[in-house]
Design a binder for this molecule. Structure first.
Ligand SMILES: NC(=O)c1ccc[n+]([C@@H]2O[C@H](COP(=O)([O-])OP(=O)(O)OC[C@H]3O[C@@H](n4cnc5c(N)ncnc54)[C@H](O)[C@@H]3O)[C@@H](O)[C@H]2O)c1
Length: 347
């Protein structure tokens, strides 16, 4: 297939690019290379004949239309976004530009292209927009998000993603563009930007600094290994119904304090501090995030029934591999400016 992947220099999009090339698909990676984008994430495929890169801002409609038409994709996988909740609280308008206007532009460019194709190319064309479970708001101590729940976003980030999802549905219902929306839980894995929870904790621990945890640390997130997420997206590409939504979650609820403590234990097994203390002695509770959602948890049964999807290893195995990756790639941690130092990622 020819796959146009947006945000393919970011954390999840780059995993999609690497996976797509490995599967033999032809890829055009469209990315503006914001502070969150880094082509090092796709260096393993940069010399492949199957791979091309276009530095392009999805808020630029005319360039986007040209890129889509010139490449002629069989599917568009849309990952590009502003993604950090804390940044959205400080500067919401940039989130509206990329997440709402940018997504709308991409839908527009896709529809222009879709209206010009025919036959099996048209019948099989898909536009998958990758969104977040945060559009559903916050759960109490029980219950799960599923595809039937009304949207109830809390942060400017989740509100902008919710607006983008509504645009996707509108492009399906109004124009018949075969759009599918996926709403996933917290991803983790290699190449995640150091402003997010797991890399922040590893970096702070290794620097000997405070490891910051918001509020009580009891907020719950449902964790999903990034390559498992990409497997789900590829299954949805094949089996998903246009106009439909699929929730993708790893069935792995953890409090933020659990995650931070587990990372500290993994590091304790690898490093002995001269003081003899464990890394958890560096944990410091800091003032809670504004509008901090209490719990996210996904009921993924629709996805599982459709595709038979399941995670490939246990959470602790994947967390261990991820922590090892950050320890072995400390240049990745130190290279990226913009780490906010408040250790709770909510996307
Ligand atoms: N990371 C998570 O846990 C998570 C959870 C749920 C949903 N999501 C969604 O998955 C997608 C990917 O998230 P991520 O964590 O990989 O994000 P990321 O911040 O790591 O990467 C975002 C990428 O988008 C690019 N980008 C930003 N603005 C752009 C613009 N205007 N034009 C073109 N490119 C632009 C950046 O350069 C970067 O490469 C996002 O849509 C996000 O909302 C992420």
């Amino acid at each position: 297939m020819k796959l146009l992947i947006t945000g393919g220099a970011g954390f999840i999009g780059s995993a999609a690019v690497r996976c797509a090339v490995a599967l033999g698909h032809e890829v055009l990676n469209v990315d503006a290379l914001t502070y969150a984008g880094d082509l090092a994430t796709v260096s393993s495929v940069e010399n492949s004949a199957l791979y091309r890169f276009a530095r392009l801002d999805i808020t630029d409609l005319s360039s986007l239309r040209h890129a889509v038409r010139d490449f002629g994709p069989d599917a568009i996988l849309h990952f590009a976004a502003e993604t950090h909740v804390d940044r959205s609280i400080d500067d919401p308008t940039g989130f509206v530009q990329t997440n709402v206007v940018g997504t709308t532009n991409l839908l527009d460019a896709a529809l222009h292209f879709y209206s010009e194709i025919s036959g099996s190319k048209k019948a099989n064309f898909r536009f998958i927009s990758v969104s977040t479970d945060e559009v559903y708001g916050s759960l109490g101590s029980d219950g799960y998000f599923n595809e039937t729940l009304p949207y109830d976003p809390s942060s400017p980030y989740s509100a902008s993603k919710a607006a983008a999802d509504h645009m996707c549905k509108a492009w399906y219902r109004t124009y018949g563009l075969p759009v599918i929306v996926t709403n996933c839980s917290n991803n983790f894995g290699p190449y995640q930007h150091p402003e997010k929870l797991i890399p922040t904790v590893v970096q702070a621990a290794l620097e000997g600094s405070d490891i910051p945890v918001y509020g009580t640390g009891l907020n719950v997130r449902d964790w999903l290994y990034v390559d498992d997420h990409i497997n789900a997206i590829f299954s949805i590409l094949v089996h998903g119904q246009p106009g439909d939504t699929y929730c993708v979650g790893g069935n792995c609820e953890k409090t933020n304090l659990d995650i931070v403590s587990e990372i500290c234990e993994i590091l304790d097994r690898r490093f002995k501090k001269p003081s003899g203390d464990g890394f958890s002695s560096q944990i410091v509770m800091v003032q809670d995030r504004l509008g901090h959602d209490f719990r996210y948890a996904i009921d993924n049964s629709k996805l599982v029934e459709l595709t038979g999807w399941k995670t490939s290893k246990t959470f602790l195995e994947r967390l261990g591999e991820t922590v090892d990756w950050f320890v072995d790639h400390r240049d990745w941690l130190s290279k990226h400016e913009g780490r906010l130092g408040l250790g709770n990622k909510n996307t």
